[in-house]
Design a protein around this ligand. Structure first.
Ligand code: CA2
Length: 142
């Protein structure tokens, strides 16, 4: 059984409560329930934090926890965080970065992601489906 971590960064705990035009009307709990229902043979580890250090610590522990892959939406930290990039580089776990919105259609500061450099792929603009496609891809690796 594959162990896959689904990590979400700052403010994503507010999904479904504000800005539905950008991020849809479903909650983070809805997303986690949908993934668990769609992939019954995956051992998911779900984690959300509004704190950069908590995300760094979680990533560095994932290898010890037998994690096979990471689906990561670092949210605004994608555009700012060298610490998260370094944590992913150190963890050496296949990671797919997901953004709910198409960051390339938005402000220029959202076009660059530090964390994407340490990811095997990036999915942006496909809503919650992006997380599903990312999990499917990680399952198909090796
Ligand atoms: O499109 C994405 O998934 C983002 O990672 C979302 C981040 C944003 O900073 C990135 O550029 C793109 C923002 C997450 C904020 O989430 C909210 C959800 C509901 C209400 C308010 C904010």
């Amino acid at each position: 059984m594959k162990r896959i971590a689904v990590l979400n960064g700052p403010n994503l705990d507010r999904l479904g409560k504000r800005q539905p035009e950008l991020y849809g009307s479903q909650t983070l709990e809805d997303l986690e329930n949908q993934l668990q229902a769609a992939f019954t043979d995956v051992d998911f580890m779900f984690f959300q934090s509004n704190h950069e250090g908590a995300l760094v610590s979680k990533i560095s522990k994932l290898a010890d926890e037998g994690c096979d892959g990471i689906v990561f939406n670092p949210a605004a930290y994608s555009h700012t965080s060298i610490a998260l990039r370094d944590a992913l580089g150190g963890a050496k776990i296949p990671t797919i970065e997901v953004h709910i919105s198409n960051v390339h259609k938005r402000e220029r500061f959202r076009h660059h992601s530090h964390t994407a450099n340490e990811s095997i792929g990036v999915i942006a603009g496909l809503g919650f489906k992006g997380y599903h496609y990312a999990v499917q891809h990680l399952i198909e690796l090796s």
